[in-house]
Design a protein around this ligand. Structure first.
Ligand SMILES: O=C([O-])CC(=O)C(=O)O
Ligand SMILES: [Mg+2]
Length: 548
């Protein structure tokens, strides 16, 4: 699937095209044919030798932010080499181009900026967004990841500095699921920012204004979505890191008429459900018998709850019974009916109980078997909280999912539960050795879902992404944690196998789409071979491209 050097793209222009540049790997024949003689050092190198040099450069960098900057620049110089490096050791490189280092990179995005990538569509382009999108040099864009920067990771509103997120998420589509990179387009909708410190920063790269009123934002987003459909008709829109209320509103508005999904709501929900499926396999207990307590009641808590309700309904509960098994608390206390500040989405989880801000008291009253943190309050699961969960449950399920500051670390969860916790966090914690046993804490991050989902959508081209498909994605992931891994408390497959895992998930999702009449392309005889035939491989084409 790699593009050969284009006829007409010669000499220095070829070296400056990251999708076609091979740098020192251009052979002598290629150098002669394409006007590259004299423009490169004498040695002709293999891709593997180039990877070795990159590894040494990265080793010499003082910290991961510097490694991020280096890798971003590498992607701008030589895309093949960039992906070869990432895919050669995902457990090492994913944490740099993605969370947690990506969070640091976003905070200083305007300061570490080197050159543009993706598209910036600002409020000032209203009325001509379709024309603007046509400035993108690739016609067949198949997935756009779009943010307003309104809620980036746990960093709040950081405006256009959030652009690091669509860039990083889409790089994982390729690095973790081999989606061809030319089919992806990161987009920042620049709507201004509520972040006054950023607006006052002379190096800030976005509009220096407050976001518009909701009605104006709705019009702008509507024009953007329509423009994407007009300019890139086969494109899936992946919403990422919008302000929570915007995330919920636009997903509700578009999910039934546009090929789209919200990763923070649906991707996070699916990866959480997958971890719960594995944890409950270890406990040999059905989901429909669990009681779930969320700390945090924002878009990811709601997205996860709604998906858990669907999954419990599939086990035979009514919607009301399933909702009754879920309790939420946030910074303003227990979600209960007397609270005046609740949204309609939160209100369905507001069960009658006395108002309280006391998490421990709520655990004593509700007696949850599953505790999920999506609060952004690092450290909120104290020793008392974890010990209480371990007192109530033989194997308490504890998922502190906040990024970058988890509600408790893996070490704390195992220590405070006598090693009985079934644990996963949003960030990757190192292994924990305890009493002769080694625990492998899982990372409940949506990167176990969106790349494979993206590849399946790229291949099967559904018209919509349904909740049933998202639940299938959770099962596809959970089914790849084998019994030996489960015995070590692993709730997710290892990161080192992410590519194989995501391709297997994509095959299963594509099959699901064919089985349920969702795919819009003819069903192939062998789904795996068909999908593997369209995946990206970071390699320089062997066959000589045509003479210019
Ligand atoms: O990006 C991540 O690592 C997970 C995520 O979607 C978020 O925290 O918004
Ligand atoms: Mg996100």
């Amino acid at each position: 699937m790699n593009k050969p050097a284009r006829p007409g793209l010669l000499g220095a222009a070829l070296l400056n095209d990251p999708a076609r540049n091979r740098d020192t790997a251009f052979t002598e024949a290629e150098r002669r044919a394409w006007g590259l003689e004299g423009l490169l050092p004498t040695q002709v190198e293999t891709l593997e030798r180039q990877v070795e040099r990159v590894g040494r450069h990265l080793d010499a960098k003082p910290d991961d932010l510097e490694r991020y900057i280096y890798l971003a620049a590498l992607g701008d110089r030589n895309e093949t080499l960039f992906y070869k490096v990432l895919m050669s050791d995902p457990a090492r490189y994913v944490p740099i181009v993605y969370a947690p280092t990506l969070g640091e990179a976003c905070k200083s995005f305007s300061h570490i900026y080197r050159r543009p990538r993706g598209m910036y569509v600002s409020l000032e382009m209203r009325g001509r967004i379709a024309r603007v999108l046509r400035n993108w040099p690739v016609a067949d864009v198949r997935v756009i990841c779009v943010t307003t920067g309104g809620r980036i990771l746990g960093l709040g509103d950081i405006g256009v500095n959030g652009m690091g997120i669509p860039i990083g998420k889409l790089q994982l589509y390729t690095a973790c699921a081999a989606v061809p990179p030319q089919a992806t387009l990161p987009v920042q909708l620049d709507i201004g920012t509520t972040n006054a410190a950023l607006r006052a920063d002379p190096l800030y790269l976005g509009l220096r204004r407050e976001p518009p009123p909701q009605a104006d934002l709705d019009d702008f987003v509507e024009e953007f979505v329509a423009a994407v459909q007009a300019v890139f008709p086969a494109c899936c829109i992946h919403f990422e890191d919008w302000k929570g209320t915007d995330a919920i509103r636009y997903l509700a508005r578009y999910r039934d008429r546009v090929l789209c999904y919200n990763d923070d709501i649906q991707g996070t929900a699916a990866v959480t459900l997958a971890g719960l499926i594995t944890a409950l396999r270890i406990r040999e207990a059905p989901l429909s018998e669990q009681r779930v307590l969320f700390l945090g009641a924002g878009s990811s808590a709601l997205g996860t709850s709604d998906l858990l309700v669907r999954a419990m309904q599939a086990e035979g509960l009514s919607e009301a019974e399933a909702r009754g098994r879920i309790t939420m608390m946030d910074a303003d206390g227990l979600v209960e009916p007397t609270r005046a500040d609740l949204s309609a989405e939160q209100r369905v989880y507001a069960h009658p109980a006395a108002p309280t801000r006391d998490l421990a008291a709520t655990i004593r009253r509700v007696r949850p078997s599953i505790l999920i943190g999506v609060s952004t309050a690092g450290g909120a699961f104290t020793r008392e909280i974890v010990a209480l969960m371990a007192e109530i449950n033989e194997r308490p399920v504890i998922f502190p999912l906040s990024i970058p500051h988890a509600e408790c670390t893996a070490e704390q969860a195992y220590a405070w539960s006598d090693g009985r916790a079934l644990y996963a966090a949003g960030v990757q914690f190192p292994e924990v050795a305890r009493g002769g046993a080694v625990f492998r804490p899982g990372q409940a991050n949506n990167f176990y879902i969106f790349p494979g989902l993206g590849l399946a959508v790229y291949a099967a081209r559904p018209r919509l992404i349904t909740d049933a498909l998202i639940i299938e994605a959770a099962h596809a992931l959970a089914d790849q944690v084998d019994a030996a891994a489960q015995a070590r408390g692993m709730l997710y497959p290892p990161q080192s196998q992410i590519l194989a895992v995501q391709i297997t998930s994509a095959c299963r999702l594509a099959e699901y789409m064919f089985d349920h009449g969702m795919a819009t392309v003819p069903r192939p005889e062998n789904i795996r071979a068909w999908i593997e035939g369209m995946t990206y491989e970071p390699a320089y084409d062997e066959d000589a491209p045509p003479e210019p």
